[in-house]
Each structure stands twice: as structure tokens, then as C-alpha cells.
Design a binder for this molecule. Structure first.
Ligand code: SAH
Length: 459
């Protein structure tokens, strides 16, 4: 290790920044966060610094740096674009034993500034000892994506209860167990969802012994249309902390690979052409697992609330008093449209977009066809594969132009995506002799013709 990582308390301590450009601005911003008393010296200042000094206690001194400027400073940062000045500040600071950082010059610095992930009071510092700052920044960006932004709030709340918890659990092991359950269970999730007051009330109840600590929870997570890169940060986080994952055919392999390795996986889809698991059985299973204290992730293709029966699942959970969270996902219409170059709306062609299921609960597809045959509207049919002929016939019979552009998108957003785009009257023949794989989505409307205009010739 080339440097010892330490966190310095600079609250109300005099700090000097030499330089007035954008780099100095970044350093001043950091020192402001640490509540330092800042003096910034430079013959001129960028507009950002001037702006900042209007709203913050910040001393901008317009002059050249002189040796006496370092007197009584706790920390000095040299951020000028003049090597001579930087070197002078460095040697003066070294002589006086004041910690000095010269931006991008580890050799002139007595300390270096790490890349940071700020979830105050949690702060993560990453350093490459000045050898690969870009790599440190890449690592930082990765951490930013996996650490929920509300971790800071969680730590604040923990701070508030630290003393009480110490009194309640005298034994260190019990205390640790308590905090582990708080940080990776229902309480943490409530804080992340912005429900801090509820979370605090739960902590009070646990401390008073009026509720059980290891309550289970269900996450109803939208897994998107296939490409794992389309998952949300929240979906990924919950997938990686679940004890059990229930999934079906619509959840892609790529997404399943991101589930926590040691989670129990339960398949609740169709098995080799046989009937799907009954919805009521899935609902009951979710309740049963959560009641046994498990964190259960129900992964749903696309968005759980768009033709996903998410509503039915949470009804049962709510009837049974099981805590749950719903995480939206990118629905097939958005995913397939983007990945095939079809804007769902367009100022010149379509002012509204309708999502329709071609498969009704009673097995028919008796739909309000005349409502679909209106100008400037895009219609997206989910679950349409077996009814393509019927849909095309009905739309034409109700007055839609035979040459209305239409696209059938197979396994959208995955590496196997295929797009068949043609006109309403030609689609049935086009797909007649081909083997089309589910899932498929059908988009009807003028916007479909835009994919060629937008230069989409990939398929
Ligand atoms: N909740 C899901 C939809 C479930 S209904 C969502 O929001 O996307 C299942 C239907 O979704 C399929 O029959 C198909 O029409 C559509 N679908 C889901 N994923 C798809 C994909 N990757 N490509 C094409 N269609 C898809």
C-alpha cells in the first residue's frame, strides 16, 4: 500500500485552494461538502466559482499566490495550470509540514484525493495511488450503480438508534444479528423506498419485542423484455439479495444469470407444452415462502403491471399482510420498438399508442376493433402470435387500410431478435411458412414505416 487511507475532519478548518479554474471548482465543491473554511487564490476565477461564492461561505481572493498565503492552513490544494506555481506551493507546504495535494501530480503531493462514492455518512474512497485514476473512476461508477442512493439515510437512521440498540442487546453477537437483519431486510427496503418513518416505527416495534425480526418479503420485479442490460438497478439489487426466485418462460436466460447464485430457483411457467402453473398456486406459494421468513423475488417478463397479472399477485399478498415491493420493468412494447427502430409515437404520424392483449381471459380475442381503426394511433398487440391472421382480417374488415405498415417482432431485444415488417394484408402470408418463435409482439401503425427512414436495415 503506497498510501494510508484516512478521513480527515476539516469542519471549520482553514483550507487553501490555489487556482481559479474548473479543477479548482471541483476541489472547492468537495471541501465545501466537508464544511471547511475555504480561501481560494487566483488572478481570475471561472464563472462556476463566482456562482458558488454567492451561495456559500467561500473567500475568493483575486491575486497571485504568495508564500505567506499558506500560513495557518490545515490543508492546501494546488490546482493551477502553471507547473511553476504548483511546484512552489508544494515545496512551501512541505517545508511547513502542511498536507498538500497538487492535482494530477502525486510526486508533488503529500496526500492524494481518491475517487469517492458519497452516500454520507457512508463514504467510499477509491485510490489507485495516482497510477490509474481513470480505472479508479470506472470502479467508482460500478459502485455507484450497485449501492442504493438511500444508503446514507439508512446509516443516519442506524446512527439514531445505535444507543438504544446497545442498551437492548447487551451481547455483541445479538446486536450484530439485529443490525444484519435491519440492513438486509424489510426495514432497509422501506428506507430505500422513501418510507423512512415506517422503517423507524418498525425498529421501535422490534426493540419493544412486539414484532418478529425475520419477516419475509416479496419483490415483484419487472425483468424487462430480454436484454439483461435493460434491468433497473433496483431490479438487479433485489434479484441479488433474494433467497428464492420464482420465474417463468418470459424471463430471459441472460437475466436469470444475474440472480444470486445460491438462491433457490422455482420455475412456475409452462412445462413442455403442458398447462402453466395455475395463478392461484403461484399466489399461494409466494405467501407461504414469505411467511417462512424468505425474501422472495417474483421475476416477471417486461413490466409486472402490463399484462403481467401483477395486480392479482399483490392482492393475495396484501390480504395476507405480507410486505411487498413492485419494481417496474421495460415493457415489451418499449423494448421491441426501440430495438427495431420504431418510435411508438411521432409528432407527424401518431399521437397515441394503445397496448392491447390479443388473448382474453375467456380464451377469445373479441376486441373493440372499431376503436383501433382511427388515424394517428399506434396499436401494440401483446400475445398476438396465434391470432395474427384474425387481427389482420378484423382490422381490414373494420376499415383499416390494407397497406397499413405492420411489424411482427420475435424475441425482441435478445440476440435472436427478428423483425418482419410489411403491410397489414401481407403479414399473414409472410409468416405463413416460417417458424416463428415466441414471444412475439405486433405493432400496427404508420410509425412502422419510419424504421427504414431512420436507417434501420439490420434485419
Ligand atoms: N408483462 C409483459 C407482458 C406479458 S404478456 C411486458 O410488460 O412485456 C406476454 C407477451 O409479451 C408475449 O406474448 C409477447 O407478446 C410480449 N413479449 C414479451 N417479451 C417479448 C419479447 N422479448 N419480444 C416480443 N414480445 C415480447
Amino acid at each position: 500500500m503506497d498510501h494510508l487511507p484516512v478521513f480527515i475532519n476539516l469542519r471549520q478548518k482553514p483550507c487553501l485552494v490555489v487556482g481559479g479554474g474548473n479543477i479548482a471548482l471541483r476541489k472547492v465543491n468537495l471541501l465545501l461538502k466537508a464544511q471547511a473554511k475555504i480561501k481560494c487564490i487566483s488572478p481570475e476565477f471561472c464563472s462556476g466559482l463566482i456562482e458558488l461564492s454567492r451561495e456559500n461561505t467561500l473567500d475568493l481572493i483575486e491575486k497571485r499566490f504568495e508564500s505567506t498565503d499558506i500560513d495557518n492552513q490545515s490543508v492546501i490544494i494546488a490546482a493551477t495550470d502553471d507547473d511553476k506555481t504548483n511546484a512552489m506551493v508544494s515545496s512551501l507546504a512541505h517545508e511547513s509540514g502542511i498536507p498538500i495535494n497538487v492535482v494530477d501530480s502525486p510526486d508533488l503531493s503529500s496526500f492524494i484525493m481518491p475517487s469517492i462514492v458519497d452516500r454520507s455518512p457512508i463514504v467510499i474512497a477509491i485510490s489507485s495511488a495516482g497510477k490509474a485514476p481513470v480505472l479508479a473512476r470506472i470502479i467508482r461508477a460500478k459502485l455507484e450503480t450497485i449501492i442504493p442512493s438511500a444508503y446514507g439515510n439508512l446509516a443516519e437512521i442506524a446512527g439514531e438508534y445505535r444507543h438504544k440498540v446497545k442498551q437492548r442487546f447487551v451481547n455483541l453477537k445479538d446486536r450484530r444479528k439485529f443490525w444484519e437483519s435491519v440492513f438486509s431486510g424489510v426495514i432497509a427496503e422501506k428506507v430505500f423506498a422513501g418510507r423512512s418513518e415506517e422503517a423507524k416505527a418498525d425498529i421501535e416495534k422490534y426493540l419493544a419485542g412486539s414484532i418478529e425480526m425475520n419477516l419475509g418479503e416479496v419483490y415483484l420485479v419487472g425483468a424487462g423484455p430480454g436484454d439483461p442490460d435493460l434491468l433497473t438497478f433496483k431490479a438487479l439489487r433485489l434479484m441479488q439479495q433474494a433467497d428464492v426466485v420464482l420465474y417463468d418462460r418470459l424471463v430471459s436466460k441472460g437475466v436469470m444469470e444475474l440472480v444470486r447464485r445460491d438462491a433457490e430457483l422455482i420455475y412456475v411457467g409452462k412445462k413442455g407444452g403442458s398447462e402453466s402453473t395455475r395463478q392461484i398456486d403461484i399466489n399461494e406459494r409466494l405467501v407461504e415462502l414469505a411467511k417462512s421468513g424468505k425474501r422472495v423475488c417474483r421475476l416477471k417478463g417486461g413490466d409486472p403491471f402490463i399484462f403481467g397479472r401483477g395486480g392479482e399477485e399483490i392482492e393475495t399478498l396484501s390480504d395476507n399482510g405480507i410486505p411487498f415491493q413492485i419494481v417496474p420493468g421495460i415493457t415489451a412494447a418499449s423494448g421491441c420498438a426501440s430495438y427495431s427502430g420504431i418510435p411508438l409515437t411521432h409528432r407527424d404520424y401518431s399521437q397515441s399508442c394503445r397496448f392491447v392483449t390479443a388473448h382474453l381471459k375467456d380464451g377469445t380475442s373479441n376486441l373493440p376493433w372499431e376503436e383501433f381503426v382511427v388515424e394517428q394511433q399506434t396499436i401494440v398487440f401483446y400475445m398476438a402470435l396465434t391470432s395474427v391472421n384474425h387481427i389482420c382480417q378484423q382490422l381490414i374488415a373494420h376499415g383499416m387500410r390494407e397497406d397499413m405498415p405492420v411489424a411482427l417482432i420475435e424475441r425482441g431485444t435478445t440476440p435472436e431478435q427478428k423483425v418482419y415488417s410489411t403491410s397489414l394484408s401481407k403479414l399473414p402470408d409472410l409468416i405463413n411458412n416460417r417458424e416463428i418463435h415466441a414471444p412475439t409482439l405486433m405493432i400496427v401503425g404508420e410509425v412502422v414505416s419510419l424504421r427504414k427512414k431512420l436507417g434501420w436495415f439490420g434485419d
